[in-house]
Structures are given as C-alpha cells and as structure tokens.
Write a protein that binds this ligand. Structure first.
Ligand SMILES: Cc1cc2nc3c(=O)[nH]c(=O)nc-3n(C[C@H](O)[C@H](O)[C@H](O)COP(=O)(O)O)c2cc1C
Length: 468
C-alpha cells in the first residue's frame, strides 16, 4: 500500500447494516400488542433471521449488568432482564448461517483468559461469525454487583481495557495452524498476572472481530489502536463526517491505515410508502415509546420525587425538585445538572413551545439526530450521501418494535439501496471478517520468553513464551 492510500481515507461507496437488540431502553416498545418478549428465544430468532434475509452484517446484543432503578426501586417501565449475550448468540448461531454475532462485553469486570476462551468458542461454533463489542462500563452502581463499587475511575478504565484486549489477542494468536505449535501466554503486567495455556485453535476468521463503543477521547484513541469497527453515537451526516475525520487522524497516529477502522453509528428508522404515512407512523411510534407513565417517570428522575398526581397532558410540575443535582434513572447515565435550574429552564421551554409533559418528554427523549424518517425512496436517497462521502460504513439499527421492527427495512429499504448500488446483493463470504471487508490479522512473531513486554500498542502488558 502506498503512503498516499495509507494516509487518505477512501470511501467504499457501500453501506452495511447491523441490528442492535438493546433489551432495556425507552426506544424499543415492549408493551404494545405487537411486542414480543425480551427473554423469549422466538423474539431473537425471528428478528435475526429477518436481518439475515436483508443481508445484515451483524446482530448485536447490548449488555446491562444490573437492572435500572428509579426512585430506589427497579425501573418497571423499562424491561427487567435479558438473557446472557453469549448464550443467546450461541443459540442464534444454530438458526442463522451468515450474519455476524456481536456480544457486548465489558473489560472492567471480566477476565481476559476466560472471555477470550468464551468468544473463541462462539467464533468456532458459528463458523467465524463472532465479534466482541468492547465496553468499559465502570460506574460504581454496576460495580457493586461484583463487590467492586467505584472500581476504576475513567482515566484508568481504558488503560485497563487495553491491557485486557492485548492479553486476549495474545491468547488468540497462540495457535499456529501451520506448525501446529501453541504459545503459552504469560502476563505479569500492572493489571493482570496470568499464565495461560490457550485451549482453542483459531477460527476460520482468525479471531473474533473487535467492535468498540465509547466516545471520550480515551475511548476514541483506544478504538483507533485496537478496534476493527466503532459502534458510534454520531449518525447525523455533518457530525458523522467530523467523527470520521477525527477517527482517521487518530488511526493514522496509531500507525494504522486510514481505512482500517470502520464506523457504524446507532440509528433508528421509521419508514413507510409515502412521506405523509411515514410522519404519521413516527407520531404513533413516539406515542408508544413515551406513554403517560413513561413521561411522568422521566421527570421524576430529575425532580427526585413522585409526580404521579400531575397530568401527563398538562403543564410541567410547578413544585421544585427535592434533589440538588439531577440523576437520570440509575443505569442510564448521569446528568449532574443543577436540579432547580434545570426545572426552571424546562418549565420555561415547555411554556414557550406550548408543550404538555408528555409532548415535552417525547421531544427530549426522541433521538432526532439518529432517526431516519420518510418514505423508502427518500431515506434511500439520504443514505446514498453517506455512502458517497464515506461518512460511515453502515448503520447499527435499533428496532423500535421486536420482533417485527426490521420488516419494513428488509422488504423495502434494502431493495431500494441495492437498486442504487450502495448495498450488497449477497454475503461476500461466510465469516464476519469477510462480510465486513476486513483484512485477516497477521500473527506476530513470538517474543523471547525473557524479553520485556514489547507488543504493538501503547499500554502493552502480556508477553508470550516462544512457540512450542
Ligand atoms: C453506541 C454505544 C453503545 C453502547 N452500548 C453499551 C452497552 O450495551 N453496555 C454497556 O455497558 N455500555 C455500553 N456503552 C457505553 C460504554 O461502555 C462506555 O462505558 C461509555 O460510553 C463511557 O465511555 P466513554 O467515556 O469513552 O464514552 C455504549 C456506548 C456507545 C457510544
């Protein structure tokens, strides 16, 4: 590859789709007559097979290690509980044949030797379709599950994650199918002390594909060094282009090629045959996403008190919050704004726009930037611009309804994109790596058993003992 092509990002002119099965959130409607169950295998089978019919590259499962809480109780309006990602993906491997199977797994509470083995198992069982969406998930509330509340602050999280991933990669590099030899992986780093004799050979795609989700500068640098694909939070065209430039710059600084890291932002599609129908459908979807109880519960998070006596179709509460700082439902993130100030600001905003509680909350929570709303052909035309400019490599779609929420996309949008020449007409191969157009990793030469740790990335930890 010449210096020029290495340093300049070349749009492929193509788009791919993934599906992000979130499980717990306000974006998926779990309480409508058409809704499936988030624990029933049938929901997963139905939507994964629909995605595969639409030639989707990947099926993603998010990870939530603790039920969300609201005013000190489990948040019943959210969905309580979802099956373990790797167990579910292993089951899905047996009813699908091409789609990639992506498990979101954190680096803060797992162990590299164990996780590498489990992901390798999924990779082998699925014929080279496994991927790992690397997240760090460090909040103290989740950590308490593991008796590690408050474990690792933000600054240490990615150093730890990098040591984790480096160790896992060395485990995946352990087997040489040509010589039949195995390396023992010895790690005496700051974060791990392990002495692993890997137990599984490589899969047909060498090792699981690495996705990353996390948007801080540290998260982006980590992705630029380690990831094959970023699951981003930047779907809007201008924002996506800025994000692409930023990632290209970081990727080049990390010594990789400009095209080495793919980007697939989170997104939502509400489509219909005509623009008018699509608008009506959006209003219907939003009314189900934010029902009266959800609207009140949303404000309660910021007021820190019960607001059940307020009419969801009336104005915002006139009483003040009881908390000093706002804290969104535990497990959803932390806002940290001054509560009274925020309440005053929101009351003024709702009054000025003439919005009821429900309308206001719906506007606040709808992912305007992430929503593609319109007729099939309108949206297909909009997506062409992403393919042309290379703003993204595809979209990771969160269906608003499960299990039927991808039907429209697969039946109408995919053919419209195929006609426009920007979407695959068949799977490129049988592995996820082939289908995403990713190069096969090169197995690094063995380091001397006595050598100091000297692997490829910025925060190396592990070393390997020579082959044999
Ligand atoms: C699009 C996207 C999806 C994510 N999905 C998950 C998830 O399913 N489970 C999880 O624990 N964290 C998830 N994360 C959060 C990451 O774990 C990360 O901890 C968080 O973004 C904070 O890291 P940062 O400071 O680098 O952004 C996601 C992040 C993004 C941007």
């Amino acid at each position: 590859m010449t210096q020029h092509t290495r340093a300049k990002y070349q749009p492929s002119g193509q788009l791919q789709f993934g599906i992000f099965f979130q499980g717990v959130n306000s974006g998926t409607i779990w309480k409508a007559a058409e809704s499936g169950s988030q624990t029933d295998f049938e929901s997963f089978r139905r939507i994964a097979q629909t995605a595969e019919r639409g030639l989707f590259a990947a099926f993603f499962l998010g990870e939530g290690l603790r039920l969300r809480e609201h005013l000190g109780r489990s948040h019943e309006l959210d969905v309580a509980g979802r099956p373990d990602a790797q167990t579910m993906l292993a089951a899905l491997a047996s009813v699908t044949s091409n789609i990639g199977l992506v498990a979101t797994q954190n680096t803060t509470y797992n162990d590299p030797a164990d996780l590498a083995q489990r992901l390798s198992s999924l990779d082998l069982l699925s014929g080279g379709r496994a991927a790992w969406n690397i997240v760090t998930t460090d909040n103290a509330w989740t950590g308490a599950n593991f008796r590690r509340g408050g474990y690792l602050d933000h600054a240490d999280r990615y150093t730890h994650a990098e040591a984790f991933v480096e160790t896992a990669k060395r485990i995946w590099d352990a087997h040489d199918p040509v010589s039949g030899q195995w390396r023992r992986v010895v790690n005496e780093g700051q974060h791990y002390t392990v002495d692993v004799t890997p137990r599984l050979p490589r899969s047909t795609q060498y090792r699981p594909v690495l996705f990353q989700a996390g948007d801080s500068p540290e998260g982006r640098n980590f992705a630029a060094r380690q990831a094959d694909v970023i699951f981003s939070a930047h779907p809007k065209l201008d924002d996506a282009l800025t994000f692409r430039s930023d990632i290209v710059e970081r990727t080049l600084k990390a010594g990789r090629n400009a095209n080495d890291v793919k980007i697939m932002p989170a997104s939502e599609f509400i489509l219909a045959a005509t623009p008018q129908e699509a608008l009506e459908k959006k209003a219907w979807v939003r009314s189900l996403q934010i029902g009266p109880q959800q609207a009140i519960a949303y404000l309660e998070q910021f007021w820190g008190r019960e607001l059940a006596e307020y009419d969801p179709d009336g104005p915002l509460p006139d009483i003040d919050p009881v908390v000093e700082e706002t804290s969104e439902t535990r497990g959803s993130g932390f806002h940290g704004a001054k509560a009274r100030q925020l309440a005053d600001q929101w009351r003024a905003e709702a009054k000025e726009k003439g919005l009821s509680i429900r309308q206001f909350v719906s506007a606040k929570t709808s992912r305007v930037d992430a929503t593609f709303n319109g007729s099939y052909s309108e949206v297909a035309d909009r997506l062409m611009e992403y393919a042309r400019t290379g703003a993204v490599d595809g979209f990771n779609i969160s269906p608003w309804l499960i299990p039927t929420g991808l039907d429209d996309i697969v039946n109408h949008l995919v053919p419209a994109l195929q006609e426009r020449g920007v979407y695959p007409r068949e799977y490129a191969g049988s592995t996820l790596r082939e289908n995403l157009g990713l190069a096969t990793p090169e197995r690094p030469a063995a380091e001397s058993a006595d050598a100091e740790a000297a692997p490829s990335s910025a925060t190396p930890e592990a070393r390997v003992q020579a082959d044999g």
